[in-house]
Unconditional design. Sequence first.
Length: 438
Amino acid sequence: MSVTMVEDVVVSKNASRNIRKTVLSNGLLVLTEKMPHVRSVSMGAWVGSGSRDEAAEVNGISHFVEHMVFKGTTSRSAQQIAREVDTIGGNLDAFTGKETVCFNIKVLDENVAPALDVLSDLVLHPTFAPEDVEREKGVISEEIKMDEDNPDYLVHEVWTQNFWKGDALGRPILGTVKTVKSFDQQTLLNFYAGQFTPRNMVFSAAGNLEHDAFVAQVEKEFGSLAASGDSVPTKVAAPRATPHITLKRKKSLEQVQLCLGMPAPPVNDSRRYVVYLMNTMLGGGMSSRLFQTIREDRGLAYSIYSEMNPFRDTGSLCVYAGTSVDKTQEVLQLTLQELRRLKEETVSEVELKRAKDQLKSNMVIGLESSGSRMANLARQQMYFGRFFGVDEIMQEIEAVSTADVQVLAQELFRPEMMALTLLGNLGTMEIEREDLAC
């Protein structure tokens, strides 16, 4: 197989990350970032589709496949995989998200070749042996039950399923016990063949490595993967959010779990740094408004935070709190009060600067390891088709004004678009739409 394109990517006019990109003739995109100051290399095979790209009847199959590749290949047993990885001191892992699946390994730079051999074997040659499939049905069913026993997880899951009701984005990544029990070897093989294609994958690596030599190794391992089709996610209308008020009564819980959210911009929106900064000020740290008002000033909750959940075509911003049933209404109203303040009052320059410094610090520190650089490479390629230098990111953060924050708050924090889930021993509590005024 021949290499059809090599492109040196200049990330920014101000600071260039040492990133290079090669597309193999079968369509597989290989990305590397050289980090000569480290002795590790992290590499990952990224599939550009996840649970939101599944049909309803096979919900959870991406996650099931992620589990199954570790159970054995045509040339290695599960035990051999574990022993070979341990022999080279590697850290082998995988995860499934709404929009991606990733198989990754981190090793010393001297062990790139054997690590790539194992990783490629997992991704390219899983057997999905029937006896392993049956066993894993039990494992994942127990994983689902375990998560459903976790109130923090459950309130977010109930909120998500209702907010994106009728769309695959609202379905659980793990699937349901019913869908998981329905999987068999042929179903998994058919799904695998449709998703694990070169044009729907990105192979990224970062660390102490040379691009050309690494590409040659990837070509050796993945060159036999037949070119077929295009990337799996197709351009469809963004899912419509469903404002809802859901009270899930569970008498066994000591606390009430609260999740309040609304639609937010997608991952590649030009206002992404505005919403990241607003989220930081609202509930992104110990100095945030919600943490100070609800936990520090009044002692109403131990856990209180806000978070962004951006996707390729939409997103959400959510506030979570865990509190006593008799304090739930107060926590809800204080949260709405902070949303109202962001709409009605311009944030101070001092508060905005603190949020900018916090966000910049988190982003820069988050890029110090080879593993985070590897993931950053893949995500920027999949969502943006380009790469951002640290200086460019810093400039975009600094460009956000207090007026930008207020304008976006006025757009997002609309009572008619609010969605609320309460989980716990709620008694006779009822919440109406007018109770969410902000």
